[in-house]
Design a protein around this ligand. Structure first.
Ligand SMILES: Cc1cc2nc3c(=O)[nH]c(=O)nc-3n(C[C@H](O)[C@H](O)[C@H](O)COP(=O)(O)OP(=O)(O)OC[C@H]3O[C@@H](n4cnc5c(N)ncnc54)[C@H](O)[C@@H]3O)c2cc1C
Length: 383
């Protein structure tokens, strides 16, 4: 599959499957299994996997374009897709002896029959996902893990979970290891409902692990090497994907606002809102400028990821912090411009506004990213 083919497939799924049901799924908090099926059938679930397991071997540029396209129609599905790509990428980076054991999982993903996700955040360390409080304990040929994972996207729908836990002999708060837990693992259960303000249709529910046995075949990283994988592999892609979801939300907000300004009329004046009010036109223009600015920032990050250099990690940190703020600002402007029509839920703008607020609180949160950037500018260690 080429970059253009992947984006075309995403556009087709967005308009045929996502757009018609996004509003209703948001209202009822329904996870779209048909969206995941379509993504699987189209080959998009294996987007970044190596060709030898059936993947398309495409890179961050295509991932960002697909995530933004899906988010334009339904950010809940886009976030399910984003967490899946991160899960799949982490599994495919499994250290050599494990690589054979996880190959069937990777083949299933590439064949479109397996959805994965990340279960990093824990109730105990909250948004500090890099410091799990659970600890794996040695048991025969593997470990057992008990943990309270909070906010696991696709909880109860994914076929596997990439789970973090402190290494059995780890001594510091970041000495973690990553493991692959199939959904049917005994002791793994969804621990509550998901009823969020936004991204209501992505099943980001808590899961509990009660003495889950994990064989050493499913230990993805070396003992204590989970943190490095989170930092070097997961973080850049997560921040890119999250920024792309924000971009999709901004584009949808601009399109929805423009459409409203053209169609809503002041009948007593014989003009549309857009024709009548320069102040609304100026606000729409500001939304477009911010959206294009975010698009350029994402393009710059993709370039940094394709050609890593000294400034790459700074761009990684900046991208999600900036994107979260832009999405909140652009969708807030859309709410204001579209007035009562948006407020009374007659349009999808208020869903975009609610969904946009997730970006800033998903870890690493916007505050944490700004803290990291400030520290790194001053040469202060981040952890
Ligand atoms: C829709 C959604 C989906 C999610 N999906 C997943 C998932 O699939 N997998 C997963 O592992 N997690 C997921 N998460 C969890 C997410 O990544 C965060 O862990 C979670 O949102 C943290 O919320 P909290 O209330 O515990 O944050 P807290 O840690 O309690 O933060 C509260 C406030 O303190 C600020 N803060 C915290 N630390 C610092 C600091 N060092 N400096 C400055 N400010 C700070 C934060 O920015 C925030 O404003 C998801 C969250 C959401 C909302």
């Amino acid at each position: 599959m080429t970059h253009d083919a992947a984006v075309l497939k995403a556009q087709e799924i967005a308009s045929r499957v996502l757009a018609p049901s996004a509003g209703q799924n948001d209202k009822t908090g329904r996870f779209s299994t048909e969206a995941v099926e379509s993504l699987g059938q189209s080959g998009l679930l294996g987007l970044m996997l190596p060709a030898d397991v059936g993947g398309s071997e495409l890179g961050p540029r295509t991932f960002a374009a697909v995530a933004a396209t899906l988010a334009e129609a339904d950010a809940s599905v886009a976030m399910v897709y984003l967490m899946h790509i991160l899960g799949a990428t982490t599994i495919s980076a499994a250290r050599p002896p494990v690589a054979d054991a996880v190959t069937p999982t990777l083949r299933e993903i590439a064949a479109g029959r397996h959805l994965s996700t990340l279960a990093f955040s824990e109730a105990g360390s909250r948004s500090h996902f890099w410091a799990p409080v659970s600890r794996a304990h040695r048991n025969g040929h593997g470990v057992f893990i008990s943990a309270k994972k909070s906010w696991v996207t696709s909880a109860g729908h994914a076929q596997s979970y990439v789970v973090s836990s402190l290494a059995p002999e780890g001594s510091g708060p970041t000495d973690s290891t990553l493991y692959l837990l199939p959904a049917g693992t005994r002791g793994l259960s969804v621990a509550g409902p998901w009823d969020g303000l936004g991204l209501r249709a992505n099943a980001s529910a808590p899961i509990t692990l009660e003495e889950c046995q994990v064989s050493s075949d499913f230990q993805i990283t070396d003992d204590g090497a989970g943190f490095q994988t989170m930092l070097n592999l997961v973080l850049p892609l997560f921040n890119l994907g999250s920024a792309a979801v924000s971009l999709g939300l901004c584009r949808a907000a601009v399109a929805g606002t423009a459409s409203h300004l053209k169609s809503a009329k002041f009948e007593h004046l014989g003009q549309s809102l857009g024709e009548c009010l320069p102040t609304l036109r100026a606000q729409l223009a500001a939304m477009q400028i911010d959206t294009d600015g975010l698009s350029a920032r994402i393009e710059d990050l993709v370039d940094h990821l394709e050609k890593p250099r000294e400034t790459t990690m700074l761009r990684v940190l900046e991208s999600k912090a900036a994107a979260g703020d832009v999405a909140i600002s652009v969708t807030s402007a859309a709410m204001r411009i579209c007035g009562g029509a948006a407020f009374s839920k007659h349009m999808s703008i208020e869903r975009l506004f609610r969904d946009a607020h997730a970006g800033a609180v998903m870890a690493p949160t916007g505050d944490v990213l700004r803290e990291f950037i400030g520290k790194s500018l001053l040469g202060i260690p981040l952890f």
